[in-house]
Design a protein around this ligand. Structure first.
Ligand code: T3D
Length: 267
């Protein structure tokens, strides 16, 4: 029986999707994209899911595009037409990156090992990036004559500034997880032995929070990146109008007044 390309498990309200092509460091084939898209659709539809964890099987998180996937690999035969990688981006990576950014629940990238190329971009596009100390981030694109994609050019300078973004993208050097945390590329680097427990604890904590407000927080912060101060203030007000009409806001305030734990359920 063939192994699923993406493993989906749920404990409580935390859904974990595990990229599962460990022999090729979980690099993306067209088929894995399709299976992942289906799994993300299930997360969107299933209201029992309140936090999503994306991780990789084996020693890697994801090595980006599978460079040997016949569907996208550059033609080796002399005279053959080269693959238009832009089409691959439009078809697979752009929808994936946008979808993760619009998930109705918080998304944690649990970077268990190397994250390279589009694998790094997809991780960095998640709400939280928690990496094992043995993990690393590689902007592998320059080594094969491409630019960072899957959101890399947008994310990198915003996360670490232009100087670091250019250095990482142009050299393609391996950035260890602790250094990635130090320069603000990721949220947290944790010892390998504590990695699974840290991810679980964070996911469970987020799942118990008002997740609709957390998803709105992501949207508001992303929108504010290209708004004026005045417009951001107005945009925040619009979100507050919407959220203050929700069950979770009423519950949050009632629980605070009654000095009891809140039970949030909106999504
Ligand atoms: O069509 C398009 O190109 C679309 C564009 C998409 C955007 C991108 O993602 S472009 C960037 C693509 N990714 C890369 O260039 C990374 C390539 N991989 C590496 O540079 C190295 O594997 C790593 C630095 C990530 C890890 O190195 P290391 O020494 O720990 O492992 P390894 O021995 O290189 O890899 C282990 C196996 O995974 C190996 O297979 P083997 O020899 O054991 O049968 C290797 O070939 C395979 N593998 C790793 N990355 C890929 C891959 N196979 C196919 N595609 C990969 N991207």
């Amino acid at each position: 029986m063939t192994e699923a390309l993406v493993l989906s498990t749920q404990v409580g309200a935390v859904r974990t999707l595990t990229l599962n092509r460990p022999k090729a460091l979980n690099s993306f084939t067209s088929e894995m994209h399709l299976v992942l898209a289906e799994a993300l659709g299930e997360v969107e539809r299933d209201r029992s899911v309140r936090c999503l964890v994306l991780t990789g099987a084996g020693r890697g998180f994801c090595a980006g595009q599978d460079l040997a996937d016949p569907a996208v690999a550059p033609a080796a035969t002399a005279g053959a037409r080269p693959t238009d990688v832009g089409n691959v981006i439009e078809r697979f990576y752009k929808p994936l990156a946008l979808r993760i950014r619009a998930m109705p629940v918080p998304v944690i990238a649990a970077v268990n090992g190397v994250a390279a190329g589009a694998g790094a971009s997809i991780a960095l596009g998640c709400d939280f990036v928690v990496a094992a100390r043995s993990a690393s981030f590689i902007q592998a694109f320059s080594k094969i004559g491409l630019v960072p994609d899957a959101g890399g050019t947008w994310l990198l300078p915003r996360l670490v500034g232009r100087a670091n973004a250019l250095a990482l993208a142009m050299t393609g050097d391996k950035l260890p997880a602790d250094e990635a945390q130090r320069i603000g590329l990721i949220w947290k680097c944790v010892d390998d032995a504590a990695f699974a427990d840290e991810v679980r604890a964070l996911a469970e904590r987020l799942a118990a929070m008002p997740v609709a407000a957390l998803a709105a927080t992501r949207a508001a912060i992303d929108a504010a990146m290209h708004l004026s101060y005045a417009d951001a203030l107005s945009h925040e007000g619009q979100w507050q109008s919407k959220l203050s009409a929700s069950h979770d806001y009423l519950e949050g305030v009632a629980a605070f007044i009654a000095k009891r734990p809140a039970v949030f359920s909106d999504r």
